[in-house]
Design a protein around this ligand. Structure first.
Ligand code: UDP
Length: 499
Protein backbone atom coordinates (compact mmCIF):
# COMPACT_ATOMS: atom_id res chain seq x y z
CA UNK A 1 0.00 0.00 0.00
CA UNK A 2 1.34 3.44 -0.88
CA UNK A 3 1.08 6.04 1.84
CA UNK A 4 -0.97 9.04 0.86
CA UNK A 5 1.31 11.94 1.65
CA UNK A 6 1.00 15.18 -0.21
CA UNK A 7 3.82 17.35 -1.47
CA UNK A 8 3.01 19.92 1.19
CA UNK A 9 3.21 17.47 4.04
CA UNK A 10 6.25 17.85 6.28
CA UNK A 11 8.70 15.04 5.53
CA UNK A 12 11.03 14.05 8.36
CA UNK A 13 13.74 11.39 8.18
CA UNK A 14 14.68 9.51 11.35
CA UNK A 15 18.09 7.89 11.53
CA UNK A 16 18.37 5.63 14.58
CA UNK A 17 21.64 4.25 15.89
CA UNK A 18 21.69 0.43 16.04
CA UNK A 19 21.57 -0.39 19.71
CA UNK A 20 18.27 -1.07 21.50
CA UNK A 21 18.67 1.82 23.95
CA UNK A 22 19.05 4.27 21.06
CA UNK A 23 16.75 2.68 18.52
CA UNK A 24 13.70 1.95 20.68
CA UNK A 25 13.02 5.53 21.82
CA UNK A 26 13.72 6.95 18.35
CA UNK A 27 11.24 4.60 16.70
CA UNK A 28 8.64 5.54 19.32
CA UNK A 29 9.35 9.21 18.61
CA UNK A 30 9.11 8.72 14.84
CA UNK A 31 5.71 7.09 15.35
CA UNK A 32 4.56 10.05 17.45
CA UNK A 33 5.56 12.45 14.64
CA UNK A 34 3.56 10.36 12.18
CA UNK A 35 0.55 10.46 14.49
CA UNK A 36 0.76 14.24 14.36
CA UNK A 37 0.40 14.13 10.58
CA UNK A 38 4.07 14.17 9.59
CA UNK A 39 5.28 12.04 6.68
CA UNK A 40 7.98 9.91 8.33
CA UNK A 41 10.78 7.83 6.81
CA UNK A 42 12.95 5.71 9.09
CA UNK A 43 16.31 4.61 7.68
CA UNK A 44 17.50 1.23 8.94
CA UNK A 45 19.34 -1.91 7.91
CA UNK A 46 17.38 -5.15 7.46
CA UNK A 47 18.08 -6.92 10.76
CA UNK A 48 17.48 -3.75 12.76
CA UNK A 49 14.28 -2.94 10.92
CA UNK A 50 12.96 -6.42 11.63
CA UNK A 51 12.74 -5.55 15.35
CA UNK A 52 10.18 -2.78 14.79
CA UNK A 53 8.71 -3.26 11.30
CA UNK A 54 5.53 -4.96 12.51
CA UNK A 55 4.62 -1.90 14.53
CA UNK A 56 5.37 0.45 11.64
CA UNK A 57 3.21 -1.66 9.32
CA UNK A 58 0.35 -1.50 11.81
CA UNK A 59 0.65 2.29 12.04
CA UNK A 60 0.77 2.52 8.25
CA UNK A 61 -2.35 0.36 7.89
CA UNK A 62 -4.09 2.65 10.36
CA UNK A 63 -3.54 5.50 7.90
CA UNK A 64 -0.36 7.13 9.20
CA UNK A 65 2.26 8.20 6.74
CA UNK A 66 5.23 6.20 8.03
CA UNK A 67 7.61 3.79 6.34
CA UNK A 68 11.06 2.26 6.66
CA UNK A 69 13.67 2.79 3.99
CA UNK A 70 15.92 -0.27 4.10
CA UNK A 71 19.63 0.00 3.50
CA UNK A 72 22.13 -2.77 3.13
CA UNK A 73 24.56 -3.46 6.01
CA UNK A 74 28.02 -4.25 4.55
CA UNK A 75 28.33 -7.59 6.41
CA UNK A 76 30.61 -9.23 3.86
CA UNK A 77 32.95 -6.24 3.57
CA UNK A 78 33.53 -6.09 7.33
CA UNK A 79 33.61 -9.86 7.75
CA UNK A 80 30.46 -10.39 9.79
CA UNK A 81 27.80 -13.08 9.43
CA UNK A 82 24.51 -12.00 7.94
CA UNK A 83 22.20 -10.25 10.42
CA UNK A 84 24.86 -9.07 12.91
CA UNK A 85 24.13 -5.36 12.67
CA UNK A 86 23.42 -4.17 16.17
CA UNK A 87 25.74 -3.23 19.04
CA UNK A 88 24.04 -5.75 21.27
CA UNK A 89 25.54 -8.48 19.04
CA UNK A 90 29.04 -7.20 19.77
CA UNK A 91 29.86 -9.80 22.37
CA UNK A 92 33.60 -9.29 22.06
CA UNK A 93 35.82 -6.42 20.97
CA UNK A 94 36.54 -7.95 17.58
CA UNK A 95 32.88 -8.31 16.61
CA UNK A 96 32.08 -4.92 18.10
CA UNK A 97 34.87 -3.32 16.06
CA UNK A 98 33.47 -4.86 12.89
CA UNK A 99 29.93 -3.73 13.65
CA UNK A 100 31.18 -0.19 14.30
CA UNK A 101 33.14 -0.29 11.05
CA UNK A 102 30.01 -1.40 9.19
CA UNK A 103 28.02 1.44 10.77
CA UNK A 104 30.69 3.97 9.74
CA UNK A 105 30.60 2.63 6.16
CA UNK A 106 26.92 3.54 5.94
CA UNK A 107 27.71 7.26 5.98
CA UNK A 108 28.14 7.63 2.19
CA UNK A 109 25.03 5.69 1.15
CA UNK A 110 22.97 7.52 3.77
CA UNK A 111 24.18 10.91 2.52
CA UNK A 112 23.14 9.91 -0.99
CA UNK A 113 19.79 8.81 0.36
CA UNK A 114 19.29 12.15 2.11
CA UNK A 115 19.83 13.81 -1.29
CA UNK A 116 17.38 11.44 -3.00
CA UNK A 117 14.66 11.69 -0.40
CA UNK A 118 14.91 15.49 -0.02
CA UNK A 119 13.45 15.63 3.51
CA UNK A 120 12.42 18.84 5.25
CA UNK A 121 14.29 17.83 8.40
CA UNK A 122 16.49 15.00 9.68
CA UNK A 123 16.26 13.69 13.23
CA UNK A 124 19.46 11.74 13.77
CA UNK A 125 20.92 9.94 16.72
CA UNK A 126 23.55 11.78 18.78
CA UNK A 127 26.12 9.21 17.63
CA UNK A 128 26.03 10.48 14.03
CA UNK A 129 28.04 13.69 14.34
CA UNK A 130 28.50 13.80 10.55
CA UNK A 131 24.78 14.34 9.95
CA UNK A 132 25.07 17.96 11.18
CA UNK A 133 27.09 18.80 8.07
CA UNK A 134 25.09 16.51 5.81
CA UNK A 135 21.92 18.37 6.81
CA UNK A 136 23.63 21.73 6.31
CA UNK A 137 24.57 20.68 2.76
CA UNK A 138 20.93 19.83 2.11
CA UNK A 139 19.83 23.10 3.67
CA UNK A 140 17.53 21.41 6.20
CA UNK A 141 17.56 21.38 9.99
CA UNK A 142 19.31 18.52 11.78
CA UNK A 143 17.75 17.63 15.10
CA UNK A 144 20.13 15.94 17.50
CA UNK A 145 18.43 13.05 19.28
CA UNK A 146 19.95 12.75 22.73
CA UNK A 147 18.94 9.46 24.28
CA UNK A 148 19.50 10.37 27.91
CA UNK A 149 18.74 13.00 30.57
CA UNK A 150 19.28 16.76 30.51
CA UNK A 151 21.05 16.13 33.79
CA UNK A 152 23.65 13.86 32.20
CA UNK A 153 24.21 16.20 29.26
CA UNK A 154 24.86 19.08 31.68
CA UNK A 155 27.22 16.89 33.74
CA UNK A 156 29.14 15.88 30.61
CA UNK A 157 29.30 19.48 29.45
CA UNK A 158 30.74 20.86 32.69
CA UNK A 159 33.15 17.99 33.27
CA UNK A 160 34.49 18.33 29.71
CA UNK A 161 34.79 22.08 30.10
CA UNK A 162 36.33 22.36 33.58
CA UNK A 163 37.90 18.90 34.05
CA UNK A 164 37.43 19.00 37.85
CA UNK A 165 38.91 15.49 38.15
CA UNK A 166 42.29 16.38 36.68
CA UNK A 167 44.02 17.53 39.84
CA UNK A 168 42.96 14.63 42.08
CA UNK A 169 45.63 12.36 43.54
CA UNK A 170 43.51 9.26 43.20
CA UNK A 171 40.74 7.91 40.96
CA UNK A 172 38.67 7.17 44.04
CA UNK A 173 38.76 10.70 45.49
CA UNK A 174 35.62 12.75 45.09
CA UNK A 175 35.14 15.89 43.03
CA UNK A 176 32.09 18.12 42.75
CA UNK A 177 30.67 18.68 39.27
CA UNK A 178 30.95 22.44 38.66
CA UNK A 179 28.05 24.52 37.39
CA UNK A 180 25.15 22.34 38.57
CA UNK A 181 22.37 23.65 40.84
CA UNK A 182 22.82 20.66 43.22
CA UNK A 183 26.03 19.52 44.91
CA UNK A 184 26.84 16.38 42.95
CA UNK A 185 29.92 14.44 43.94
CA UNK A 186 31.56 11.72 41.90
CA UNK A 187 34.89 9.98 41.62
CA UNK A 188 36.98 9.89 38.42
CA UNK A 189 36.37 6.13 38.29
CA UNK A 190 32.66 6.77 37.80
CA UNK A 191 33.03 8.86 34.66
CA UNK A 192 33.68 7.24 31.25
CA UNK A 193 37.36 6.36 30.65
CA UNK A 194 37.60 8.57 27.53
CA UNK A 195 36.76 11.56 29.72
CA UNK A 196 39.12 10.52 32.52
CA UNK A 197 42.06 10.44 30.12
CA UNK A 198 42.25 11.02 26.40
CA UNK A 199 42.02 7.78 24.37
CA UNK A 200 40.75 6.69 20.95
CA UNK A 201 37.13 7.06 22.09
CA UNK A 202 37.71 10.72 23.01
CA UNK A 203 38.12 11.51 19.32
CA UNK A 204 34.71 10.03 18.71
CA UNK A 205 32.76 11.48 21.62
CA UNK A 206 34.07 15.04 21.65
CA UNK A 207 32.95 15.78 18.06
CA UNK A 208 29.67 14.05 18.87
CA UNK A 209 28.93 16.53 21.68
CA UNK A 210 30.20 19.43 19.52
CA UNK A 211 27.80 18.43 16.76
CA UNK A 212 24.91 19.27 19.08
CA UNK A 213 26.06 22.89 19.14
CA UNK A 214 25.82 23.19 15.35
CA UNK A 215 22.48 21.37 15.14
CA UNK A 216 19.11 23.09 14.88
CA UNK A 217 18.07 21.73 18.25
CA UNK A 218 17.90 18.67 20.47
CA UNK A 219 15.12 16.22 21.19
CA UNK A 220 14.99 14.73 24.68
CA UNK A 221 13.04 11.74 25.85
CA UNK A 222 12.28 13.52 29.11
CA UNK A 223 9.51 15.68 30.57
CA UNK A 224 9.41 19.09 32.13
CA UNK A 225 8.58 18.16 35.73
CA UNK A 226 11.32 15.56 35.88
CA UNK A 227 14.34 17.79 35.43
CA UNK A 228 13.20 21.34 34.68
CA UNK A 229 16.23 22.97 36.34
CA UNK A 230 18.56 20.96 34.13
CA UNK A 231 16.46 21.64 31.06
CA UNK A 232 16.90 25.36 31.72
CA UNK A 233 20.60 24.96 32.46
CA UNK A 234 21.21 23.01 29.30
CA UNK A 235 19.42 25.63 27.19
CA UNK A 236 21.48 28.45 28.67
CA UNK A 237 24.87 26.72 28.76
CA UNK A 238 24.86 24.49 25.70
CA UNK A 239 22.86 27.16 23.98
CA UNK A 240 20.74 25.13 21.60
CA UNK A 241 16.98 24.85 21.42
CA UNK A 242 15.55 21.70 22.87
CA UNK A 243 12.23 19.92 23.22
CA UNK A 244 11.26 17.33 25.82
CA UNK A 245 8.78 14.96 24.24
CA UNK A 246 8.83 12.07 26.69
CA UNK A 247 8.24 9.63 28.05
CA UNK A 248 7.91 8.38 24.49
CA UNK A 249 7.52 4.70 25.39
CA UNK A 250 4.42 5.37 27.51
CA UNK A 251 3.04 7.68 24.85
CA UNK A 252 3.60 5.48 21.81
CA UNK A 253 2.83 2.04 23.32
CA UNK A 254 -0.49 2.34 25.01
CA UNK A 255 -1.96 -1.12 24.44
CA UNK A 256 -0.80 -4.51 25.78
CA UNK A 257 0.19 -5.98 22.44
CA UNK A 258 2.47 -3.02 21.80
CA UNK A 259 3.93 -3.38 25.27
CA UNK A 260 4.69 -7.05 24.66
CA UNK A 261 6.27 -6.60 21.25
CA UNK A 262 8.05 -3.28 21.66
CA UNK A 263 11.73 -3.68 20.74
CA UNK A 264 11.33 -7.43 20.71
CA UNK A 265 14.63 -8.70 19.44
CA UNK A 266 14.58 -12.44 19.56
CA UNK A 267 12.20 -15.01 20.88
CA UNK A 268 12.41 -15.47 24.63
CA UNK A 269 13.93 -18.80 25.35
CA UNK A 270 10.98 -20.98 26.18
CA UNK A 271 8.70 -18.54 27.98
CA UNK A 272 5.49 -17.01 26.77
CA UNK A 273 4.08 -13.74 28.11
CA UNK A 274 1.00 -15.65 29.36
CA UNK A 275 3.11 -17.73 31.77
CA UNK A 276 4.85 -14.62 33.00
CA UNK A 277 1.55 -12.80 33.47
CA UNK A 278 0.12 -15.75 35.41
CA UNK A 279 3.11 -15.65 37.70
CA UNK A 280 2.76 -11.90 38.21
CA UNK A 281 -1.01 -12.22 38.71
CA UNK A 282 -0.39 -14.66 41.56
CA UNK A 283 1.54 -12.03 43.54
CA UNK A 284 0.33 -9.18 45.71
CA UNK A 285 0.40 -5.60 44.50
CA UNK A 286 3.84 -4.00 44.53
CA UNK A 287 5.52 -7.11 45.91
CA UNK A 288 7.76 -8.05 42.97
CA UNK A 289 11.15 -6.57 42.16
CA UNK A 290 12.15 -6.46 38.48
CA UNK A 291 15.88 -6.88 37.90
CA UNK A 292 17.34 -5.90 34.53
CA UNK A 293 20.60 -4.48 33.28
CA UNK A 294 19.37 -3.39 29.87
CA UNK A 295 20.25 -4.65 26.44
CA UNK A 296 24.04 -4.45 26.41
CA UNK A 297 25.67 -4.99 29.82
CA UNK A 298 27.31 -8.38 30.29
CA UNK A 299 27.91 -9.88 33.72
CA UNK A 300 30.45 -12.48 34.74
CA UNK A 301 29.69 -15.72 36.58
CA UNK A 302 30.86 -14.44 39.96
CA UNK A 303 28.53 -11.45 39.72
CA UNK A 304 25.59 -13.62 38.70
CA UNK A 305 26.13 -15.81 41.75
CA UNK A 306 26.15 -12.75 44.03
CA UNK A 307 22.95 -11.39 42.47
CA UNK A 308 21.21 -14.75 42.86
CA UNK A 309 22.15 -14.98 46.54
CA UNK A 310 21.38 -11.33 47.20
CA UNK A 311 17.90 -11.71 45.73
CA UNK A 312 17.18 -15.00 47.44
CA UNK A 313 18.46 -13.79 50.81
CA UNK A 314 16.32 -10.65 50.63
CA UNK A 315 13.21 -12.85 50.80
CA UNK A 316 11.34 -10.70 48.27
CA UNK A 317 9.75 -11.87 45.02
CA UNK A 318 11.66 -11.01 41.87
CA UNK A 319 11.83 -11.30 38.09
CA UNK A 320 15.40 -11.33 36.82
CA UNK A 321 16.40 -10.95 33.17
CA UNK A 322 19.61 -12.85 32.43
CA UNK A 323 21.16 -12.21 29.03
CA UNK A 324 22.42 -15.15 27.07
CA UNK A 325 25.87 -13.56 26.99
CA UNK A 326 25.98 -13.26 30.75
CA UNK A 327 28.15 -15.88 32.39
CA UNK A 328 28.63 -19.02 30.41
CA UNK A 329 26.27 -18.43 27.46
CA UNK A 330 23.23 -19.46 29.46
CA UNK A 331 24.74 -22.88 30.15
CA UNK A 332 25.52 -21.77 33.65
CA UNK A 333 24.51 -24.74 35.78
CA UNK A 334 24.44 -22.68 38.96
CA UNK A 335 21.80 -20.46 37.42
CA UNK A 336 19.84 -23.40 36.09
CA UNK A 337 19.68 -24.95 39.58
CA UNK A 338 18.78 -21.56 40.97
CA UNK A 339 16.00 -21.12 38.44
CA UNK A 340 14.61 -24.52 39.31
CA UNK A 341 14.66 -23.78 43.04
CA UNK A 342 13.01 -20.40 42.54
CA UNK A 343 10.33 -21.99 40.40
CA UNK A 344 9.59 -24.55 43.10
CA UNK A 345 9.32 -22.05 45.91
CA UNK A 346 7.62 -19.48 43.63
CA UNK A 347 10.01 -16.77 44.81
CA UNK A 348 11.67 -15.84 41.57
CA UNK A 349 11.12 -15.91 37.84
CA UNK A 350 14.08 -15.89 35.46
CA UNK A 351 13.74 -14.57 31.93
CA UNK A 352 16.50 -15.47 29.52
CA UNK A 353 17.72 -12.80 27.17
CA UNK A 354 14.85 -10.45 26.41
CA UNK A 355 11.92 -9.48 28.62
CA UNK A 356 8.72 -7.67 27.69
CA UNK A 357 9.86 -4.87 29.97
CA UNK A 358 6.94 -2.48 29.54
CA UNK A 359 4.47 -5.24 30.30
CA UNK A 360 6.29 -6.20 33.51
CA UNK A 361 6.78 -2.66 34.75
CA UNK A 362 3.14 -1.83 34.12
CA UNK A 363 1.84 -4.81 36.11
CA UNK A 364 0.35 -3.91 39.52
CA UNK A 365 2.41 -6.64 41.23
CA UNK A 366 5.66 -4.95 40.25
CA UNK A 367 6.86 -2.71 43.06
CA UNK A 368 10.39 -1.68 42.11
CA UNK A 369 13.28 -2.24 39.77
CA UNK A 370 17.00 -2.89 39.97
CA UNK A 371 18.37 -0.90 37.06
CA UNK A 372 21.73 -0.21 35.46
CA UNK A 373 20.43 3.36 35.06
CA UNK A 374 20.00 3.21 31.30
CA UNK A 375 17.84 6.24 30.58
CA UNK A 376 15.07 4.29 28.84
CA UNK A 377 14.67 1.87 31.72
CA UNK A 378 14.57 4.79 34.13
CA UNK A 379 11.87 6.59 32.17
CA UNK A 380 9.86 3.43 31.67
CA UNK A 381 9.93 2.78 35.44
CA UNK A 382 9.16 6.39 36.24
CA UNK A 383 6.22 6.43 33.85
CA UNK A 384 4.54 3.85 36.08
CA UNK A 385 5.71 5.47 39.32
CA UNK A 386 8.28 2.88 40.44
CA UNK A 387 11.23 3.60 42.75
CA UNK A 388 14.59 2.06 41.82
CA UNK A 389 17.72 0.37 43.05
CA UNK A 390 20.53 2.00 41.10
CA UNK A 391 23.43 -0.04 39.77
CA UNK A 392 25.12 2.04 37.07
CA UNK A 393 27.68 0.31 34.88
CA UNK A 394 28.83 2.34 31.87
CA UNK A 395 28.46 5.51 29.74
CA UNK A 396 26.39 8.24 31.42
CA UNK A 397 24.66 5.86 33.83
CA UNK A 398 26.55 7.11 36.89
CA UNK A 399 25.18 10.62 36.26
CA UNK A 400 21.67 9.21 35.94
CA UNK A 401 22.16 7.49 39.28
CA UNK A 402 22.97 10.87 40.86
CA UNK A 403 19.78 12.33 39.41
CA UNK A 404 17.72 9.50 40.90
CA UNK A 405 19.42 9.33 44.28
CA UNK A 406 20.56 12.89 45.08
CA UNK A 407 18.10 15.05 43.16
CA UNK A 408 14.82 13.13 42.78
CA UNK A 409 15.36 10.93 45.85
CA UNK A 410 13.66 7.90 44.38
CA UNK A 411 16.69 5.60 44.17
CA UNK A 412 18.64 3.36 46.55
CA UNK A 413 22.26 3.01 45.39
CA UNK A 414 23.80 -0.43 45.45
CA UNK A 415 27.27 1.09 45.68
CA UNK A 416 28.69 0.71 42.15
CA UNK A 417 32.12 2.26 41.91
CA UNK A 418 33.56 1.90 38.46
CA UNK A 419 32.47 2.90 34.98
CA UNK A 420 33.60 0.16 32.59
CA UNK A 421 32.75 -0.64 29.02
CA UNK A 422 29.59 -2.77 28.80
CA UNK A 423 31.41 -5.63 27.11
CA UNK A 424 34.30 -5.90 29.57
CA UNK A 425 33.27 -8.66 31.91
CA UNK A 426 34.78 -8.51 35.41
CA UNK A 427 36.03 -11.84 36.70
CA UNK A 428 35.21 -10.78 40.24
CA UNK A 429 31.84 -9.60 41.47
CA UNK A 430 31.83 -5.81 41.75
CA UNK A 431 28.82 -5.74 44.06
CA UNK A 432 28.45 -8.33 46.80
CA UNK A 433 25.33 -10.20 47.85
CA UNK A 434 25.08 -8.34 51.18
CA UNK A 435 24.96 -4.97 49.39
CA UNK A 436 22.36 -6.24 46.95
CA UNK A 437 20.24 -7.77 49.71
CA UNK A 438 20.46 -4.60 51.79
CA UNK A 439 19.31 -2.35 48.94
CA UNK A 440 16.43 -4.73 48.12
CA UNK A 441 15.27 -4.72 51.73
CA UNK A 442 15.28 -0.93 51.82
CA UNK A 443 13.43 -0.50 48.53
CA UNK A 444 10.87 -3.28 48.95
CA UNK A 445 10.43 -2.94 52.72
CA UNK A 446 7.92 -0.80 54.57
CA UNK A 447 10.22 1.68 56.28
CA UNK A 448 9.36 5.37 56.21
CA UNK A 449 12.27 5.93 53.83
CA UNK A 450 10.85 3.44 51.37
CA UNK A 451 7.29 4.77 51.71
CA UNK A 452 8.46 8.30 51.01
CA UNK A 453 10.42 7.19 47.99
CA UNK A 454 7.37 5.35 46.69
CA UNK A 455 5.22 8.48 47.09
CA UNK A 456 7.75 10.66 45.26
CA UNK A 457 8.05 8.11 42.44
CA UNK A 458 4.25 7.94 42.09
CA UNK A 459 4.02 11.72 41.86
CA UNK A 460 6.57 11.70 39.07
CA UNK A 461 4.64 8.90 37.39
CA UNK A 462 1.49 11.07 37.49
CA UNK A 463 3.43 14.02 36.08
CA UNK A 464 4.78 11.78 33.29
CA UNK A 465 1.26 10.73 32.36
CA UNK A 466 -0.01 14.33 32.37
CA UNK A 467 2.84 15.49 30.17
CA UNK A 468 1.89 13.20 27.28
CA UNK A 469 -1.85 13.89 27.40
CA UNK A 470 -3.30 16.45 25.01
CA UNK A 471 -2.31 19.85 26.41
CA UNK A 472 0.51 18.40 28.55
CA UNK A 473 4.06 19.77 28.35
CA UNK A 474 5.56 17.05 26.18
CA UNK A 475 2.49 16.97 23.97
CA UNK A 476 2.65 20.73 23.45
CA UNK A 477 6.39 20.62 22.79
CA UNK A 478 5.94 18.07 20.03
CA UNK A 479 3.13 20.05 18.41
CA UNK A 480 5.16 23.25 18.69
CA UNK A 481 8.26 21.67 17.15
CA UNK A 482 6.26 20.30 14.23
CA UNK A 483 4.64 23.72 13.68
CA UNK A 484 8.05 25.34 13.70
CA UNK A 485 9.37 22.86 11.14
CA UNK A 486 6.31 23.49 8.96
CA UNK A 487 6.94 27.23 9.06
CA UNK A 488 10.57 26.68 8.10
CA UNK A 489 9.46 24.55 5.17
CA UNK A 490 7.04 27.28 4.07
CA UNK A 491 9.57 30.08 4.28
CA UNK A 492 12.12 27.96 2.44
CA UNK A 493 9.59 27.33 -0.34
CA UNK A 494 8.75 31.04 -0.51
CA UNK A 495 12.46 31.90 -0.61
CA UNK A 496 12.98 29.47 -3.48
CA UNK A 497 10.05 31.00 -5.41
CA UNK A 498 11.33 34.54 -5.09
CA UNK A 499 14.96 33.59 -5.94
N1 UDP B 1 14.64 -3.83 26.99
C1 UDP B 1 13.58 -4.71 26.94
N2 UDP B 1 13.78 -5.98 27.37
C2 UDP B 1 14.97 -6.41 27.86
C3 UDP B 1 16.06 -5.50 27.92
C4 UDP B 1 15.85 -4.20 27.48
O1 UDP B 1 12.47 -4.35 26.51
O2 UDP B 1 15.09 -7.56 28.25
C5 UDP B 1 14.44 -2.44 26.51
C6 UDP B 1 14.15 -1.51 27.66
O3 UDP B 1 12.78 -1.49 27.94
C7 UDP B 1 14.69 -0.20 27.11
C8 UDP B 1 15.85 -0.62 26.25
O4 UDP B 1 15.64 -1.97 25.91
O5 UDP B 1 13.73 0.44 26.31
C9 UDP B 1 17.17 -0.52 26.98
O6 UDP B 1 17.55 0.81 27.06
P1 UDP B 1 18.27 1.40 28.35
O7 UDP B 1 18.50 2.85 28.07
O8 UDP B 1 17.50 1.11 29.57
O9 UDP B 1 19.63 0.60 28.47
P2 UDP B 1 20.74 0.07 27.41
O10 UDP B 1 20.23 -1.19 26.87
O11 UDP B 1 20.91 1.14 26.37
O12 UDP B 1 21.94 -0.10 28.26
Amino acid sequence: MESQHSHNQLHVIFLPFPSPGHMIPMIDTARLFAKQGVNVTIIATHANASTFQKTIDTDFSSGYSIKTHLIHFPSAQVGLPHGVENLKDGTNSEILGKISHGIAMLQDPIEVLFQDLQPDCVVTDMMYAWTAEAAAKLGVPRIYYYSSSYFSNCAYHFIMKYRPHDGLVSDTHKFTIPGLPHTIEMTPLQIPDWLREKNAATDYFEPMFKSEEISYGTLYNSFHELESEYEKLSKTTIGVKSWSVGPVSAWANKDDERKTNRGHIEKNIGKEPAELLNWLNSKQNESVLYVSFGSLAMLGDAQLVEIAHGLEDSGHYFIWVVRKNDGDEGENSFLQDFEKRMKENQKGYLIWNWAPQLLILDHPSTGGIVTHCGWNSILESLSVGLPMITWPMFAEQFYNEKLLVDVLKIGVPVGAKENKSWNSISVEAVVKREEIGKAVKILMGSSQESEEMRIRAKKLGDAAKRSIEEGGDSYNNLVQLIDELKSLKKSKALGEKTD
